[in-house]
Design a protein around this ligand. Structure first.
Ligand SMILES: [Zn+2]
Length: 99
């Protein structure tokens, strides 16, 4: 596993801890449905624009991020202006995205 992939998953681990796990998955599911509607049922775009994924993809290459990250940092990724108009474009090549 590449360092940035591990970093991505560790960012999710912190998100899950601060959301008490169950709430993380509930929020993740609800936000995915909201993003599906927002991005006109483009499932890929909806996935990459879930705030947890926005935070993880935006910071996975920053291997210092976990040490400096503040709790509930994903919260500011709810806002469109953290990723630019039209949502997150950080969509990797087919077959490289995580679950
Ligand atoms: Zn992810």
């Amino acid at each position: 596993m590449a360092p940035e992939e591990l970093n991505h998953e560790l960012i999710h681990t912190l998100q899950q801890w601060e959301m008490e796990f169950l709430l993380f998955y509930l929020w993740y599911g609800v936000e995915y449905v909201v993003r599906l509607v927002q991005y006109r049922f483009d499932a890929t775009k909806a996935y990459y624009n879930i705030s947890f994924e926005r935070e993880a993809y935006a910071n996975e290459r920053n291997l210092d991020y976990l040490r400096k990250r503040r709790v509930f940092s994903w919260w500011r990724y709810l806002r469109e202006d953290t990723v630019g108009k039209g949502g997150c474009d950080n969509v990797p090549a087919e077959g490289t995205k995580d679950e």
